[in-house]
Ligand binder design. Structure first.
Ligand code: NAD
Length: 492
């Protein structure tokens, strides 16, 4: 079995604990690699390496030179895309076809921020004081702790590290204990691309050990976190004690709103892929379908017939549409929500349990599931499941759709399906979500800021805005006076 050490200061190093964690292929249900169980000492070693890098070569390098290295990292991602894709599929059961697309997007992240590295500019501010010149400088915030979830580790790594490095920061990454290998393989590529030692470090291990030590470390200035809202809130509290800056990308319970004037065939495809893609293990999953009552029955029939075509199976196979649930705890969580939905009175009209059959090995498949007769006070309508479960709620008016859409603690994403442009704009503005898709769903761009409102997060990733999350602004006032200032302590 392959063994993956910690990556600190440009070297593969053994964990201080001498302990290792198994990493399981969720499709086969068998261990395929061992990762180091990092602890507090390892987190400290990694932060020290990052701090040193920020005072050495990395700080001395011109922004243009930093950008060139980021570009080489983008090239390395593309050159190794097939290998990285296969590793991530083994780690978390994502579809190989989807991963190939993601890898192309990941390289674009690196290219985009490579281009931005030497375009971080300050300003000259025409302040009201005579004989002075006022400037702003944009400086790297410091050492960044980047903690990522298991569902798309390489994508989250790019979304955090590319802007952080472009800004001149150094990073310690803590990937999920369920899917760390692709991040470690990626880190090795950054060294070959010429990234100086210590600029990017990876400490694997448990969230409550390596992760907790990292976020408490006094030399970490910024925490960039992708994960659940419960963990995010805990980290936010800890960060506040030492005034660390935070960016939080958290969970969602996104409404996909279908009006009766929409192109219903397109909407049905958008709804199905929005909840059953990646087996629903997406923060932006459109887990609540809000459909106008005039078309509810007909639209539901359309959804069922499309969902019945979904092929579950080996995530490596191009024939497969939906793979396994990535981890045993997540699988159990989905099963628990199925039971809760039934006992709360929702009516299951498709699926509703574990999927078994030829080719479904490993025991972690869930049938694409649809519940109707869902009311918005039910747990299945309010809580994030992170699995292939769709809840259908009806509405009569635009106002009702907006009210139900917003009546959750989350605000990550939403879909609006309508042929009426005015309505599309009105509803997009009224929905409290960081991203709203109109007549499409699951469309992403490295250029467009994304993130959560309400309990779905803080700050934005992607686009120009992301780089601000890794910068501090400093104001400087220079005196341009020809004569010495008046001494305020002498009476005249
Ligand atoms: P999680 O919160 O359990 O873990 C996320 C990361 O935090 C992991 O690396 C974990 O090891 C670490 N961690 C856990 N406890 C910690 C602690 N006490 N201190 C420090 N670190 C700790 O989340 P998960 O189960 O890996 O991921 C699923 C969640 O992530 C879902 O809620 C999903 O919506 C969310 N998510 C959000 C986005 C987004 O961009 N908004 C994207 C993907 C996933």
């Amino acid at each position: 079995m392959q063994e993956y050490k910690l990556y600190i200061g440009g070297q593969d190093v053994d964990p201080s604990s001498g302990e290792w964690l198994e990493t399981i292929d969720p499709y086969k249900g068998t261990a395929w690699a061992r990762i180091a169980r990092g602890n507090k000492d390892d987190a400290s070693r990694a932060v020290a390496a990052a701090k040193l890098a920020m005072t050495g070569t990395w700080a001395e390098m011109s922004a243009t030179q930093r950008g060139k290295i980021l570009r080489k990292i983008g090239d390395a991602v593309l050159e190794n895309a097939d290998r990285l894709a296969e590793i991530e599929v083994r780690d978390n059961g994502k579809l190989l076809t989807e991963m190939r697309g993601q890898l192309a997007m990941i390289s674009e992240y690196w290219y985009y921020y490579a281009g931005l590295a030497d375009k971080i500019e300050g300003t000259v501010v025409p302040i009201e004081k005579a004989d002075s010149l006022a400037l702003t400088l944009r400086e790297p915030v410091g050492v960044v702790a980047a903690l990522t979830a298991w569902n798309s580790p390489l994508m989250f790594c790019a979304m955090k590290c590319a802007p952080a490095l472009a800004a001149g920061c150094a990073v310690v990454l803590k990937p999920s204990e369920f899917a760390s290998v692709s991040t470690l393989e990626f880190a090795a590529l950054t060294k070959k691309a010429g990234l100086p030692d210590g600029v990017l470090n990876v400490v694997t291990g448990l969230g409550t050990e390596a992760g907790a030590a990292l976020i408490e470390h006094p030399d970490v200035s910024k925490i960039s976190f992708t994960g659940s809202d419960v963990t995010g809130a805990r980290i936010y509290e800890i960060a506040a004690r030492s005034m660390k800056r935070v960016t939080m990308e958290l969970g969602g319970k996104s409404p996909n709103i279908v009006f009766d004037d929409a192109d219903l065939d397109a909407a049905a495809i958008g709804v199905i892929s929005g909840i059953f893609g990646a087996a629903g293990q997406m923060c932006t999953a459109g887990s609540r379908l809000l459909v106008q009552n005039t078309i509810k029955d007909a639209f539901t029939k359309k959804l069922i017939s499309l969902a019945q075509e979904i092929r579950l199976g080996d995530p490596m196979s191009p024939e497969t549409n939906v793979g396994p649930i990535a981890t045993p705890p997540q699988y159990q969580k989905v099963l628990d929500y199925l039971a809760t939905a039934n006992s709360d009175g929702a009516r299951c009209i498709l699926g509703g349990g574990p999927a078994t059959g030829p080719g479904l090995i490993g025991g972690q498949f869930i049938q694409p599931t649809i519940f109707t007769d869902v009311t918005n006070d039910m747990r299945i309508a309010q809580e994030e499941v992170f699995g292939p479960i769709l809840s259908i709620l009806g509405f009569d008016t635009e106002q009702q759709a907006i009210e139900i859409g917003n009546d959750v603690i989350y605000g990550l994403a939403a879909g609006v399906w309508t042929a009426n442009i005015g309505r599309a704009v009105r509803v997009s503005k009224a929905i409290k979500a960081g991203t709203v898709w109109v007549n499409t769903y699951r469309a992403y761009s490295y250029m467009l800021p994304s993130g959560g409102m309400k309990r779905s997060g803080l700050g934005r990733e992607s686009g120009m805005e992301a780089i601000n999350q890794f910068l501090e602004t400093k104001g400087i006032i220079l005196s341009t006076a020809a004569s010495a200032p008046v001494n305020p302590f002498i009476q005249r």
